[in-house]
Design a protein around this ligand. Structure first.
Ligand code: 5RP
Length: 220
């Protein structure tokens, strides 16, 4: 089984001690930093934007996996590339010309991701899956950390995995929301490649060990 990746979500970090939390992730078994940018329009919450990403990039030593929960993301593709993003994920629901957006992300040298809200059927990606590096399945409604995992996600992962196999694509499946050591193994067994975890990691008294436990559960 391929190495399953863990991406702690900085949304749940202590912003007053951001450098400390970034160093913790740097020194842990985590693979990526997950960074949620919210605009208060596409989702009912505002997180952080460019200056914070610039600060994260100064200290982070791992892949920056940026998730744009914003309307009309095309406006900022170049900006996020310049800020050091390695992966840039946009929402299917926020894009009018998804193919064009994906090409624009790749043209800036980044991996292109597409996120699907819980209500969006994975079939909408049928004609574009070979162009997509990462599909991020929201396993909670986007906008807030600490929500309960939506069980329907398992069947979406299996369906998406089948689509990827049928189309002979090499797309990674990333899961976002409510991930913990209870569901990590079931998620990777269903076909997930990358697990994002925010509150489960940063609310833990021993976050570095929690990342280790998640990594072990995901790869068990
Ligand atoms: O995209 C997100 C919310 O919209 C986050 O990445 C999500 O917050 C993950 O956090 P948690 O592990 O606490 O559910």
């Amino acid at each position: 089984m391929a190495n399953k990746l863990i991406a702690p979500s900085l949304l749940a970090a202590d912003f007053g001690n951001l450098q400390r939390d970034i160093e913790m992730v740097n020194n842990s078994e985590a693979d990526w930093f997950h960074i949620d940018v919210m605009d208060g329009v596409f989702v009912p919450n505002i997180s952080f934007g460019m200056p914070v990403l610039k600060a994260i990039n100064k200290h982070a030593t791992k892949t920056l996996d940026v998730h744009l929960m914003i309307v009309d993301p095309d406006r900022y593709i170049k900006t996020f590339a310049n800020l050091g993003s390695h992966n840039l994920t946009v929402h299917y629901e926020a894009c009018t010309h998804l193919h064009r957006t994906i090409q624009a992300i790749k043209a800036e040298g980044m991996k292109a991701g597409v996120a699907l809200n819980p209500h969006t059927n994975v079939n909408v990606l049928e004609d574009i899956i070979n162009d997509v590096d990462i599909v991020l399945l929201m396993s909670v409604n986007p906008g807030f950390g600490g929500q309960t995992f939506i069980e329907n996600t398992y069947q979406k992962i299996k369906k998406l995995k089948q689509l990827i196999t049928d189309k002979n694509a090499s797309t990674l499946i990333e899961i976002d929301g409510g991930v913990n050591t209870e569901n990590a193994k079931l998620l990777t067994q269903a076909g997930a490649d990358v697990l994002i975890a925010g509150s489960f990691v940063f609310n833990s008294k021993t976050p570095k060990k929690t990342i280790e436990d998640l990594k072990a559960a995901a790869n068990n």
